[in-house]
Design a binder for this molecule. Sequence first.
Ligand code: PLP
Length: 450
Amino acid sequence: MSLNRKKIIDESQKWLDIISSKKLSEHTRRQIVSETLDNFEGYYNKGFLEYRKSVTESDGFAAVEWNGSGSYFMDVLGRKYLDLLGGFGIYSAGIRHPKIVKAVRDQLKRMSLSSQELLDPLRGALSEILGEISPGDLQYCFFINNGTDAVEGAMKLARLYTGKSGFISFIKGFHGKSYGSLSLMGKAEFRAPFEPLLQDVYFVPYGDANAVEQELQRAKMVGFDIAGVMVEPVQGEAGAIVPPDDFFPKLRKICDRYGVLLIADEVQTCLGRTGKLFGVNHWDVAPDIMCLGKALGGGVMPLSAFMSTPKIWKVLEPNPFIHSSTFGGNPLACAAGIAAINVTLNENLPDKAAKSGKYLIGELKKIQKENEDFLIDVRGLGLLIGLEFIDSEFGYAIAAGLFKRGILVAGTLLNSKTIRIEPALNISKKSLDYFLEVFRQTIKSVKKGW
Ligand SMILES: Cc1ncc(COP(=O)(O)O)c(C=O)c1O
C-alpha cells in the first residue's frame, strides 16, 4: 500500500480525538461500531466476527466495548453488561480499580518505561513484596508481560538448573501459545498444526499423581532426563477442573524423590482467584518455580512473573542477561502489581472469592439439578467456575442468551461445551443473585427451542 501521509495523519487524529473526547454524539458512536467491524474484517481477523457472541448476538449492533468499572462495562452504544468473565481472570480486583489506576497514573507522570540501564525501584519493590507473600522459599522474581512469557522463563530456568531437558505436563493443560509453552499444551487443536514442538514432553491425566510417578520411572529406565513437572493448581482453560486433595502433596513428594522440579503455573489462579492467595496454598505445597500473570497486573497493566528459590536462582547470576525482556518489569506494570497486591490483601479478596465461590457453586448446583439433561456438571474452586453442558451448541446458546440479557460469560461458537465464570472477586451478592436469576431464565428459554 502506498503511503498517503495526510490521510493517515487525519485518520489517526480522528481516533486521538475520540480517545480524548468526554462526550460522543450518537452518530460518532454508530460510526465507531461500523468502523470497528470493517477494521476487524479488513485488517485484523474476520474470524473473530463470526465466532463471538458480542457480534453475533447483539440485537443488530455488535457490542464494541467502551468503558467499565468494577463488575460492569458498557459498549459504545451505552448498553450495560454485568461482567461474569473478568477477562478470563485479569479483573480479580474489578475493572479499573481506583487505587490501581491511581498508582499507574501517578507513576506515568514520573517515568513510563525504564532506561534499561539504571536500577528501577519499583521492580525491586514488587520483587520483595512477592517474595514475602509467596509459598515456601520462593523469593526471586523475573517480570514479563504475558502468562506464556512466564512459562517460557520457567522452562528455561528448570533446564538450566537441572541440566535436564524433558517435562511432564497434563492432558488438557494450558500454559500459553508460544513455542515452549505450546509444547506443554495438552490440547490437540492448538498444538497439532505446529508440530513438531519440543519433543521430550510427556503427558499424563490431570490429578493422577501415580501416573506422574510411572512416567518418571519409565523415563529413568530408558534414560530420558526430566527437568520438571508443569502443573496448574486448578486447570482453568480445561474448564475449572479441581484436582483431588492429595494430588499436590503427592506430587511434591514424587518430584523430590526423582529430583525433578515442581513448577506451578499460577497464571490464572494467583492473587486469590481460587479462594487462597495462590492455588497451591490450598494444599500447603511450595513449588520450586511458580508462574504468575493475569490478575498480577491488577486488571490495569499487562504483568507476569516467574519466581524461584535462592538455590535455583543462583544459576541466573553468572550471566543475568541470559534471559531478558525489554518491557518486562517496566515501572507502570510494577506500580500496577504493587497496587494489585495491596488491594488483594487490604480488601481480603481471597476470602471474598472463597465465600462468593461457595455460594455461587452451591446455587448453580441447584440449577443443575433442575436441568440435569442439559447442564451436566458444575465445578470449580473459589471464583474459578466451570459449567459443563451437553454439547458446545447448547453451551453457546446459553452464553449468547446471557449476553443478550446483559451478562458476559466465556464461551465462543467454537468452544462452549464448558463455559467459565470468573467474576471480580469483590462482586456483590446482589449481582451474583441477579446472574443466577437470569441464568435460570436463559436455560428455560433455550431449552424450549431445543
Ligand atoms: C494457566 C495459564 N498459563 C498460561 C496462560 C497464558 O497466558 P497469556 O495468554 O497471558 O500468555 C494462561 C492463559 O489463559 C493460563 O490460563
